[in-house]
Design a protein around this ligand. Structure first.
Ligand SMILES: Cc1cc2nc3c(=O)[nH]c(=O)nc-3n(C[C@H](O)[C@H](O)[C@H](O)COP(=O)(O)OP(=O)(O)OC[C@H]3O[C@@H](n4cnc5c(N)ncnc54)[C@H](O)[C@@H]3O)c2cc1C
Length: 809
């Protein structure tokens, strides 16, 4: 065979599932190449647990799909994956864990997952061998289970084969041809060359070695992962649910013969072959047993299941598995067109395989994924992930804290500080408490603004963790006087050239062909009308535009924009993020602070809202753009980086008599929530259209054709089935964290996308997509916040300054 529609590299569970789903979508000309034998990577030594409830909406949907698929594979393919739908128990040994379970249960309800909180006694009925001492309850999900990972892989391969796929074992890929940024062929060790336009790197822990053949960095880090298998233990039955006790860092599942499989996530994990990747001969191989590292897990298991103490261990399995720097899968098309990646499953590849195969196959066939996969998208990684030591440090932290309770707004510690704005030293001196996003250090708040008088505003429960009285203080100062925000980490992309304007007109939903100096807020849509990018675009000259997007979305947006380019278009796209700083000066005093520092006329007439001008502020030349994400009068100032520090000093000095405060990102978040401004990735995603999101004002249906327009036309004709609404909760200290279920008449009707407390309006606010029949003012709903239902009413989109007078002041 010298040609294929797609070549999938890697005969583990992921590659098998991708081949299965590609053939299901009508691509029979698929070749699956495996350097050794099927399942001989991580798959053969997996423990086979399948749990569905995960940290994101999309991932959970993918796992739920996996279960639906695993139920039917035997009948469909004749190969038995040994699916045991025994359910799962997650024990809670502390009050905080119970709260975590309540949160999970609420979250699960929004998917229709039958997750319920059960008492310790009820859990014991299901799993009578654990010691109830200290256990305060559990969550039970009856549709979880376990299976045989190799059986699953063979069943998927059989399904793919029946629909025409070719499977090549003993076929090592040693080269990938790339021409003009596109894959063209795969080369095998024996000299064979398979021409193809689509290559999928499903190489598990070997994925980076394969990626490098195409010039793509895939930041997987192999870690040794262990579990043990016991001889049969009296009382263990194969229908026991799987069981996890995160406080003891361990998981269990029954073995068919009556033994137990028990593994866990140790605090001091062992990265393996992390610099160069696994050796070329590493197949069907385990690592030596490492009892010393396993001991803390064994102790936890013995204390929970005393019967294990005397049970003979058949084997300690020590197998490597690919982890990632942020604990999320790596999926999607890389910067090399046609080169897709599906790897880094962080010990969840068996549970995920069904969904992974489906999502990736849809992505390949349709050209874009059907679900919002941003958190798993390979484009989320920046250049710093090319550093193996950085990737390892981050993955190590993820692994070692896997079973911790992750409080909202928790910050990572590994590999910091990495990227620092030119003002970093100044911010630190002012008491900045830094958070991290996409490698950037960004002030969350400033200790210098802490004010005990605001302590009564601390949100109840978990939301009150990682919180400071400085947040409301900075929020209120910005509303009443002025706040100065360093936003240098914002991603900035410049688009220029003779075709820049028509190109942007084609990819943006709003009209960007406006006079030089205009700032336009716009979305870029996919063909389904879903929101891929949410940006502002400033026209710097006839043929030169600057796009500003969120810190974490730079790579994603850059890749999306580049992908829309046609070869005949004369357009240059450039990431200028590090070259430009950004300082946001907002608040009613912003004009008074800025005016004496510049010769520019800042009046409404000379410098209206949503326009930009080149100005000099003090000694610092910069572009001033009159835009805001906080809903106040003010400017974003973009100096080139070397002027950032002097500009910061100038503004701080000039602002002092006006009561200006330095302010951080947590204040921004609360300011934007009460102004009804949305966040991409939470409130608006590739699965939501601007019509549903209430962003129709930023869509110009009467301009020449743009991507997504036909889908919007259809949506407008039919009328939206769901609409994003602002909910005002009755208790201002019940703060939502995202993903809480929304109830109407006792039934779950939606889930919260994001929210927070608006300190000027004194309300807890949540955004949620509601079915259109429930999206009318006056309808009362409830939002479940940590197991407690809080009344919520539909409010205007913006609770603060709904008419926008202040931003135009
Ligand atoms: C001890 C342990 C327990 C686990 N328990 C669970 C669990 O309970 N539940 C769960 O969901 N997950 C679990 N996992 C994780 C799960 O096993 C993995 O996520 C999954 O098997 C990864 O599958 P894969 O197809 O991505 O990679 P692999 O199975 O590693 O497949 C990659 C394949 O690529 C091939 N390959 C590499 N280079 C080339 C090349 N150049 N040319 C051709 N072929 C190549 C390799 O030979 C290999 O077969 C566990 C993992 C371990 C280690």
């Amino acid at each position: 065979m010298d040609e294929a529609r797609a070549v999938v590299i890697g005969g583990g569970v992921a590659g098998a599932s991708i081949a299965y789903h590609l053939t299901e979508l009508g691509w029979p000309e698929v070749v699956l190449v495996e350097r050794s034998e099927l399942t001989s990577g991580s798959t053969f030594h997996s423990a086979g647990l399948v749990g569905q409830l995960r940290s994101s909406v999309t991932l959970t949907k993918m796992m739920m799909y996996s279960v639906r698929l695993y139920r039917q594979l035997l009948e469909e393919t004749g190969v038995d994956p040994s699916w045991h739908e025994v359910g799962s128990l997650r024990l809670a040994s502390s009050k905080a864990r119970i709260e975590e379970l309540q949160r999970l249960a609420g979250w699960g309800q929004t998917f229709g997952l039958p997750l319920e909180i059960v008492s310790t006694e009820e859990a014991l009925e299901l799993w009578p061998l654990f010691d109830p001492e200290g256990v305060e309850g559990a969550a039970f999900l009856p549709t979880d289970g376990y299976l045989d990972p190799s059986g699953l892989t063979f069943a998927l391969v059989e399904g793919a084969r029946r629909r025409g796929a070719t499977v090549r074992q003993g076929a090592r890929v040693t080269g990938i041809d790339v021409e003009r940024g596109r894959v063209t062929a795969v080369r095998l060790e024996d000299g064979e060359r398979i021409r193809t336009e689509v290559v999928v790197d499903a190489g598990g822990m070997y994925a980076n070695q394969i990626g490098r053949l195409a010039g793509v960095e895939v930041p997987v880090v192999p870690f040794a992962h262990q579990y043990l298998l016991t001889v049969p233990i009296e009382g263990v039955r194969p229908e026991f649910p799987t069981m996890r006790d995160p406080d003891r860092l361990v998981y269990f599942r029954p073995e068919a013969g009556g033994g137990l499989v028990m593994g866990g996530y140790e605090r001091d994990p062992a990265p393996w072959a992390w610099e160069q990747g696994p050796p070329a001969s590493f197949n069907n191989t385990l690592l030596p047993e490492d009892w010393e590292r396993f001991e803390p897990l064994a102790e936890g298991a013995f204390s929970l299941v005393p019967a294990m103490t005397s049970a003979e261990v058949v084997k300690l399995i020590n197998g490597p598995e690919a982890f990632t720097p942020d604990g999320e899968f790596i999926l999607g098309e890389s910067e090399v067109a046609g080169f897709f990646v599906a790897a880094g499953f962080c010990a969840h590849g068996i549970a995920g395989a069904g969904g992974i195969g489906k999502v990736l196959a849809e992505w390949i066939v349709a050209g874009e994924p059907e679900l919002d996969v941003w958190k798993m998208d390979i484009r989320r990684f920046g250049r710093h992930h090319e550093s193996r030591s950085y990737a390892k440090a981050r993955a190590f932290e993820i692994y070692s804290r896997y079973y911790d309770i992750h409080y909202p707004n928790e910050e990572r510690e590994a590999g910091r500080p990495l990227k620092m704005a030119p003002t970093y030293g100044r911010l630190a001196v002012l008491g900045a408490v830094f958070g991290e996003k996409a490698g950037w250090e960004r002030p969350n708040w400033f200790t210098s603004n802490e004010d005990p008088a605001h302590e009564h505003l601390r949100p109840r429960g978990w939301a009150g963790e990682n919180w400071s009285t400085a947040i409301p203080a900075e929020h209120l100062a910005t509303r009443e006087r002025a706040g100065l925000f360093d936003e240098s980490s914002f991603a900035k992309i410049e688009v220029s050239g003779p075709d820049a304007c028509p190109f942007l007109q084609r990819v943006c939903a709003n009209d960007v062909d406006r006079p030089v100096g205009t700032v336009v807020y716009t979305q870029m849509l996919n063909r389904r009308g879903g929101i891929e990018c949410d940006v502002t675009i400033t026209r710097l000259s006839e043929e030169h535009f600057r796009i500003v997007t969120g810190t974490a979305f730079g790579n994603h947006d850059l890749a999306w924009i580049r992908r829309q380019l046609r070869s005949i278009e004369d357009v240059r796209v450039r990431d200028v993020t590090p070259e430009l700083a950004c300082l946001g000066l907002w608040g009613p005093a912003a004009r008074e602070i800025l005016a004496p520092l510049t010769q520019a006329d800042l009046s409404n007439e000379a410098f209206p809202y949503m326009t930009a001008q080149q100005v000099v502020v003090g000694h610092a030349p910069c572009l001033a753009a009159r835009v805001t994400y906080v809903g106040e009068l003010g400017w974003e100032l973009y100096p080139s980086s070397e002027f950032a520090q002097v500009l910061w000093d100038t503004l701080v000095e000039a602002g002092r008599p006006h009561g200006l405060v330095p302010a951080g990102y947590r204040a921004i978040d609360s300011l934007r929530v009460e102004k009804g401004y949305l966040a991409w990735g939470a409130d608006i995603t590739p699965e939501d259209t601007p019509i549903e999101a209430g962003l129709g004002f930023a869509v110009k249906m009467d301009k020449p054709a743009f991507t997504g327009r036909e889908a919007l036309e259809r949506a407008l004709a039919e009328g939206p089935r769901r609409i994003l609404r602002t909910l005002r909760l009755s208790d201002p200290r019940a703060m939502v964290l995202g993903n809480e279920p929304v109830f109407h008449d006792g039934a779950v009707v939606s889930r919260v996308t994001s929210g927070g407390v608006g300190y000027s309006v004194g309300a807890s606010i949540a955004f949620a997509y509601l079915p259109s029949e429930l999206a009318e003012p006056g309808i009362t709903l409830q939002v479940e916040v940590f197991g407690e239902r809080v009344e919520a009413e539909i409010a205007p989109r913006a609770l603060h300054d709904p008419a926008g007078r202040r931003i135009r002041a």
